[in-house]
Design a protein. Structure first.
Ligand SMILES: Cc1cc2nc3c(=O)[nH]c(=O)nc-3n(C[C@H](O)[C@H](O)[C@H](O)COP(=O)(O)OP(=O)(O)OC[C@H]3O[C@@H](n4cnc5c(N)ncnc54)[C@H](O)[C@@H]3O)c2cc1C
Lengths: 250, 389
């Protein structure tokens, strides 16, 4: 079984973001970067599939400038066999442009399964996999929380409001991965050493036309300062009145 | 807020992976281990399984083949995470004696097993109750009889014996009166531990200030096969000495990890705790000791990198390794003090982990080598002053 996982390098999210002077992007100074969370689940799920099958290999693909090699190397040290960088100066916002480049790379790769995280945790669009599925004419199961491959067929579970949905599909196929499927392993020293000897191929990204760009970004308005009404039981009537009449939440 | 260690982004791959390996072992885990006076088995197993403790074993023997700089970063990150390397660091460096001076057969037999963790070599018996720091007066004897050495004597403060499969032992093979130099006539042996207690080794645990498994050992006609002698008979002391630089640099890195942990915790708390209507960190009486400790941690860290760089370039580094250990142990202790003081009464509460780390980092002033011994090394060997003992 040959599996490709498309992974994205994203900033760690537990910081207060600033907007760059252009007004169209996030200020990247001081940000720490890592593999997008859902992509990490996808890499782990892919590795587990090949380990369980006892055969096959996992490749990872990332589109972007040379810094994405760091993310690719992390996947290699987790146990992936090969990494491909689709090189471009900046990662476009338009998933169509990205999906086109990924599809061109994936088309003749002979993959049984192509995996994505259900969305990147920075852009949070979650559409790249749809573009690739459309361009390659493959079935797509979006946001799987469980995945099994047996006898050349796949089955997956999707979490839906109040329950689950079980689907089956033929291979080759595309799946995008939700959380809960598997916690990504952390690289071991052995893995890190082995990764240094694994192939990391670099090719120019054949980006599709960019038809969507960010015009401006803005931060949420600062929250208004709170107001202290009083203390203890004596303050309750006024608080209730304000919640009813002013905030209108009761 | 960015990491207070500006070099935290260097060797990012190793740092992040070690942090991730330590992350499951949180404050609650260490508090439980401490409460139960237990050995952190799961923690050590996780680090072993990921290969971190085999960092310095060459790849041909199944290890990581990392540089000392990289290995030191592993221990730094362990301590920086709030854990204590004391439970596991010895598995990383005690094998150095075997690697440098063991026979090809010994290396082939033991190193791959040590690398995989199947064999735990994390005990080194040097210190004795009567002789203390004066190692050349080691009284434990190993007398050759046929294809065996017969060991008699006593050791003290020998750590992790109950969690080791092999132990290195320093013993006198030629009596002190018969050698030309005091440092001659000592030898290093590999001791198989699993059934040792039925063969004349008594192990008595020592209750102590930190949760650290350490013991008194009594050897009573304890036999060691001749093939377990490392290197040449009589040269054991030099074998120990040439492992010292690596050990000091690694210990310095642990202190650096502690130093950053304490200053980080201190500055955060100083910013959050409000007394007299202001964060306590607004008072210079709180702020300055933290800033001062931080300055010392940073300076010690530079010396540690310098020592490790020289070591990795195979250049003499005795002075730098000793300076790094001295400066780093002092800095972590100063940071510990500032951190405890900043936390006031809460610093004494077990749930903050500070009192535990405070006790743990205090040990570096004494073991594996006490501060005075380092100062005397610097005085004599670096500054050329008269030998004092
Ligand atoms: C928790 C713990 C774990 C340990 N683990 C191990 C282990 O695994 N293996 C092992 O072999 N040892 C171990 N040790 C022992 C440790 O290395 C020794 O305690 C240390 O080397 C000091 O020896 P001592 O305790 O006999 O002190 P002493 O030699 O009695 O010295 C007492 C004090 O006097 C100072 N001093 C002595 N002579 C001089 C001098 N000439 N000039 C100035 N100052 C001097 C010393 O620096 C020290 O501060 C451990 C100790 C502890 C506490």
């Amino acid at each position: 079984m040959k599996i490709a996982v498309c992974i994205k390098r994203v900033p760690e999210m537990d910081v207060t973001f600033k907007i760059a002077p252009t007004g169209k992007a996030v200020d990247e100074t001081g940000l720490k970067w890592d593999m997008s969370d859902f992509d990490g689940y996808a890499v782990e799920a892919a590795l587990q599939l090949t380990e369980k099958a006892g055969t096959g290999e996992v490749h990872v693909i990332s589109l972007g400038p040379d810094v994405v090699q760091e993310t690719l190397r992390k996947a290699l040290s987790m146990g992936v066999a090969k990494a491909v960088q689709l090189k471009c100066d900046t990662v476009p916002f338009d998933a169509y442009a990205i999906g086109t480049a990924l599809a061109a790379e994936l088309k003749d790769g002979g993959y049984d399964l192509i995996m994505f995280g259900k969305m990147s945790i920075d852009g949070a669009n979650g559409v790249t996999q749809f573009v690739v599925a459309e361009l390659l004419g493959l079935p797509l199961v979006h946001a799987c929380s469980k995945l099994e491959i047996a006898d050349g067929k796949g089955s997956a579970r999707r979490e839906i409001e109040g329950g689950g949905e079980l689907v089956s599909f033929a291979l080759p196929a595309i799946v995008s991965i939700d959380e809960g499927i598997a916690r990504p392993r952390y690289p071991s020293l052995k893995g890190i050493m082995a990764a240094k000897r694994k192939p990391l191929e670099v090719r120019p990204a054949q980006l599709g036309e960019v038809r969507l760009t960010i015009e401006t970004m803005e931060l949420p308005p600062p929250r208004a300062a709170g107001r202290i009404i009083g203390e203890g039981a004596a303050a309750v009537p006024e608080l209730v009145a304000l919640l009813q009449n002013e905030a209108k939440v009761l | 807020m960015p990491d207070i260690n500006p070099r935290a982004s260097e060797h990012a791959e190793i740092r992040e992976a070690v942090r991730a390996a330590c992350a499951p072992f949180d404050s609650a885990y260490w508090q439980r281990i401490e409460r139960e006076s237990a050995y952190p088995d799961e923690f050590v197993r996780a680090l072993t399984a990921a290969g971190w403790l085999a960092a310095l074993i060459p790849e041909e023997f199944g290890g990581g083949g990392l540089s000392l700089t990289e290995a030191s970063i592993i221990l730094e990150e362990i301590n920086r995470s709030g854990a204590n390397s004391g439970a596991c660091h010895a598995q990383m460096y005690i094998m150095g004696t075997l690697l440098r001076h063991g026979s090809p057969a010994q290396k082939a037999r033991y190193l791959p097993a040590i690398a995989s963790g199947a064999c735990r070599l994390q005990s080194f018996a040097v210190t004795e109750p009567a002789t203390g720091t004066d190692t050349t007066r080691t009284r434990t004897t190993a007398v050759r009889r046929g294809d065996r050495y017969v060991v008699n004597g006593q050791k003290v403060w020998i750590s992790r014996v109950q969690h080791s499969d092999l132990m290195l032992l320093l013993a006198r093979t030629t009596p002190l009166e018969q050698v030309t130099k005091r440092s001659h006539g000592l030898s290093v042996f590999l001791v198989d531990l699993p059934d040792a207690e039925s063969r004349g080794l008594r192990v008595r645990p020592i209750e102590n200030m930190v949760n650290h498994e350490t013991n008194e050992l009594f050897f009573d006609d304890f036999e060691v096969p001749v093939e377990n002698l490392i290197g040449e008979e009589g040269l054991g002391f030099t074998y120990i000495l040439d492992g010292m630089n690596a050990e000091r640099i690694l210990i310095a890195a642990e202190c650096i990890g502690d130093g950053y942990w304490f200053t980080d915790r201190a500055r955060r708390y100083a910013g959050e705790r409000v007394v007299f209507d202001r964060p306590i960190g607004q008072n210079q009486g709180i702020q300055f000791p933290i800033a001062q400790a931080y300055a010392h941690v940073r300076a010690a860290d530079l010396m540690r990198y310098e020592a490790a760089r020289l070591f990795d370039d195979s250049q003499p580094c005795g002075a730098e390794a000793n300076l790094a250990k001295l400066l780093a142990a002092d800095a972590s202790w100063q940071a510990a003090n500032a951190c405890l003081q900043t936390h006031g009464g809460f610093g004494f509460a077990v749930e903050y982990d500070i009192e535990r780390k405070f006790r743990e980092t205090r040990l570096y002033q004494v073991a594996p080598v006490s501060t005075n011994m380092i100062l005397s090394y610097i005085g004599e060997h670096v500054l050329g002053m008269p030998r004092s003992f």
